[in-house]
Design a protein around this ligand. Structure first.
Ligand code: AMP
Length: 490
């Protein structure tokens, strides 16, 4: 098998949460701010909101968590009943404001704001073509490439046609909320890799990465934005128009959204994430259940998996207790934010503390959603042994992660992935567990009611649904040719 590349093809990836809002006659800033709070798990590095009051754009973007990025006066200055927002996930090296979003640009026929979740695989080619035409770029991110391409197309056609042209040029993963002057639109890539949904409020419409943001605003989920669809919110908040701009034969929904990234209370592509995780947990028991005295989740990511696993075990008559034996210090950030391995090792100890009485003298099964570098499992196994566990079994609700994600999830490089070049037995030994099992790819596909080909499984197969330099693809996809002239209208 080809080893594949270890770096990203085009600059930093955008691992994020996006929102867009159009209201009848209420300021959009505060509901946008609340919806970004609801999407905070999708990005903690920076947060931003752009609104439009019918005359001009207002923007505030800052580093840090949503609660830290905006003051009362920042929100008060964001005038207008329409707007978009963004939270950005931390990535190594991108700790300045140049990558923070929404990205804004003004051009001859108006202003644009863009919030992007995903990652293009041909941004470099498009950037080169546009740079040759005199476009000046201020960041190496692909969102700016989309913004410039769209701005150029807007000079030659109406909004819908301009978006179509841009969609025909860009290749890869994108869930976008866009503001063109005071009009808000949402776009999802033809494979629907990242989630995006539409919600209805009493006095308007909202677009959001996850339905939990709609719930937070007291709205109702209308439906997911379809792969290849443009949704255009009416400026007065009275409805939305839909344009199916690019056709798609197959989807490539990211299975890892269901496994780890999305909130359990969100409904993505017709499935409640919590329900999906419980089902994955049930299948984990069916495939590789092991007798033990107690089953415990790794909080919080393993909780729904562990409850499904324990329920399936009990349904089978297993005499096993389901217990919360690991307590989480909720004030410690995600371990991935720690830049060095040494700091990451210490962070796990800071983050989780065992309850000795549920563990001592017993055989314990811990359930987590995934193993990336192996840091969490290694630390937890030794923590549980120190707390007196007789046996420690590890069960994982996803297949081994063997390859990087190019489509918008910060998954570590190939070299850092513990399953990148090791067998399950080797990993079991390395983390010091009595046994280790992962869920099969087929079980993931069955639990998510998709055939394998309708999911993006790149990180667990090493084969991607997009044409990525130096990697294998799992289907016949071709990048659009990036030419000087925009494609002809149909
Ligand atoms: P590791 O400790 O490197 O093996 O990472 C596995 C732990 O990190 C699990 O508890 C996961 O819930 C969590 N995790 C998985 N993927 C990610 C990600 N992309 N970013 C942050 N945490 C993650």
């Amino acid at each position: 098998m080809a080893h594949g590349r270890d770096t990203l093809p085009d600059g930093p990836t955008e691992k994020c949460g996006v929102v867009g809002l159009s209201l009848a006659d209420r300021a959009a800033a505060r509901p946008l701010y609340y919806s970004l709070y609801a999407l905070q798990h999708r990005g903690q590095e920076s947060a931003g909101i752009v609104t439009h009051d019918g005359f001009q754009q207002h923007s505030h973007v800052d580093m840090g968590l949503v609660g830290d990025a905006f003051s009362e006066s920042d929100l008060a200055g964001l005038n207008g009943t329409t707007g978009i927002g963004h939270v950005r996930y931390p990535t190594a090296g991108s700790v300045d404001k140049s990558c923070a979003q929404p990205f804004t640009v003004s051009f001859k026929s108006g202003s644009l704001g863009l919030s992007h979740n995903g990652n293009l695989v041909n941004a470099g080619e498009i950037r080169d073509t546009l740079a040759a035409k005199g476009h000046a770029f201020t960041s190496d991110g692909d969102t700016e490439v989309i913004a410039h391409d769209l701005a150029r197309n807007l000079l030659e056609g109406d909004l819908v046609r301009a978006v179509k042209r841009t969609m025909e040029r860009i290749h890869g993963s994108y869930a976008l909320t866009i503001m063109h002057d005071d009009t808000v639109l949402g776009v999802r890539d033809p494979e629907g890799n990242r989630p995006l949904c539409i919600g209805e409020l009493d006095d308007g419409y909202v677009l959001a990465s996850e339905s939990a943001a709609i719930d937070t605003l007291g709205g109702t989920l209308v439906r997911d934005v379809r792969p290849g669809e443009l949704v255009l919110l009416e400026r007065d908040g009275s409805g939305f128009d839909s344009y199916q701009l690019v056709s798609h034969e197959r989807t490539a929904h990211c299975f890892f959204e269901h496994v780890y990234f999305a909130r359990p209370d969100s409904r993505i592509d017709g499935t409640l994430v919590y329900q999906a995780r419980r089902e994955l947990g049930r299948r984990l028991w069916d495939e590789s259940g092991v007798d033990s005295d107690v089953v415990m989740p790794v909080p919080d990511s393993g909780r729904a998996f562990a409850s499904g696993y324990a329920e399936a075990a009990q349904d089978d008559g297993a005499d096993v207790e389901f217990a919360e034996g690991l307590m989480k210090n909720r004030y410690v950030g995600r371990t991935f934010i720690m830049p060095t391995q040494d700091e990451r090792e210490r962070a796990v100890r800071l983050k989780l503390n065992p309850i000795r009485s549920t563990i001592e003298g017993r055989s314990v099964t811990i359930i987590d959603d995934s193993i990336v570098r192996g840091t969490t499992s290694r630390q937890l196994v030794s923590l549980l042994r120190d707390a007196g566990a007789d046996e420690v079994h590890v069960r994982i609700g996803a297949p081994p992660i063997v390859a990087p994600c190019y489509m918008g999830i910060d998954m570590a490089t190939r070299e850092e992935l513990i399953a990148g070049d090791q067998s399950v037995d080797d990993i079991c030994e390395e983390i010091g567990a009595d046994s280790l099992s992962y869920l099969s790819i087929d079980a993931v596909a069955a639990a998510l009611s998709s055939s394998r080909i309708d999911l993006c499984l790149g990180c667990v197969t090493g084969q991607y649904p997009y044409d990525i330099d130096g990697e294998e693809t799992d289907r016949a996809v071709e990048r659009p040719a990036v030419t000087d002239s925009a494609p002809a209208d149909d």
